[in-house]
Design a binder for this molecule. Structure first.
Ligand SMILES: O=P(O)(O)OC[C@@H](O)[C@@H](O)c1c[nH]c2ccccc12
Length: 262
């Protein structure tokens, strides 16, 4: 079984357990549920935006523990202060060491949009995303059918959440539908963890000019941001490059400063 299959099969169990312990009525009665989400798309396309989407990721299946010490509140605040346009917070517990609580804490600490980074397979997780204060949710084409993608995207939009659809190859471009706000091209193959930033350049060319596109994963050099911008990318999702440092906020600040000098 590939790691992606393992994650999805565990996710199904987790979602069923959560539905029992925290029913939809409880999600709907949270204060965040009444909040109007912020626009991720606008934050990325605003004039002068850095486009950096800074991620809080404690561990990953490919790299193991990235950072056992960084505090989510301090890191999220520092990312915002450094000039990140948005945050990404891993909420998957078992494979990424994340939590819903981390996203709620980040929500209280920043005013920029927050992406709930998880493996979404069920509408319940969209209600949950709204209840914990997320603004935008990730749908991963590699784990969803075209029909499921559309159903989940439509439901997310009905809740006022924006939709980031992640694709990794030509075939997955067929998952794009009109409920998708932003298309993310993942430079990491989630089945074997191999990375190649060229994936963004290759697939980016195949997207309609009107699509707001972002490049995800394996970005470690400020110069790559300049090239991606030239190719029309508006957002750059960066986790490991920041999180592997003792002070991820400082790493983000230095990175953005370096991009600005190029
Ligand atoms: O740490 P990196 O290589 O900068 O990557 C960040 C982000 O793109 C990555 O965490 C990611 C992209 N798509 C995902 C889907 C699920 C979990 C994680 C991810």
């Amino acid at each position: 079984m590939s790691i992606l299959d393992k994650i999805v099969s565990r996710k199904k169990e987790e979602v069923e357990a959560n539905k029992k312990s925290l029913p939809v009525s409880r999600l709907e009665s949270t204060s965040h549920f009444k909040r109007s989400p912020l626009s991720f798309k606008k934050a990325l396309t605003r004039r002068g935006a850095s486009g950096i989407i800074a991620e809080f990721k404690r561990r990953s299946p490919s790299k193991g523990l990235l950072n056992g010490h960084a505090d989510v509140i301090a890191t999220a605040s520092a990312y915002e202060l450094a000039g990140a346009s948005a945050l990404s917070v891993l909420t998957d517990v078992d494979f990424f060491g994340g939590s819903n609580e981390n996203l709620e804490k980040a929500r209280a600490a920043v005013t920029i949009p927050i992406l709930r980074k998880d493996f979404i397979i069920d509408e319940y997780q969209l209600l949950e995303a709204k209840a914990i204060g997320a603004d935008v949710i990730l749908l991963i084409a590699a784990i969803l059918s075209v029909h499921e993608t559309e159903k989940l995207a439509r439901f997310a939009r009905s809740l006022g959440l924006e939709v980031l659809l992640e694709v990794h190859n030509e075939q997955e471009l067929g998952h794009i539908n009109h409920f998708v706000d932003v298309v993310g091209i993942n430079n990491r193959n989630l089945n074997d963890f191999s990375t190649d930033v060229q994936t963004s350049f290759r697939l980016g060319e195949l997207l309609p000019a009107s699509a707001v596109k972002i490049s995800e994963s394996a970005i470690s050099q400020p110069a790559v941001i300049v090239q991606l911008k030239e190719a029309g990318f508006r957002g750059f999702l960066i986790g490991e490059t920041f999180m592997k440092e003792a002070d991820p906020g400082k790493a983000c600040e230095e990175f953005i400063k370096a991009v600005n000098t190029l």
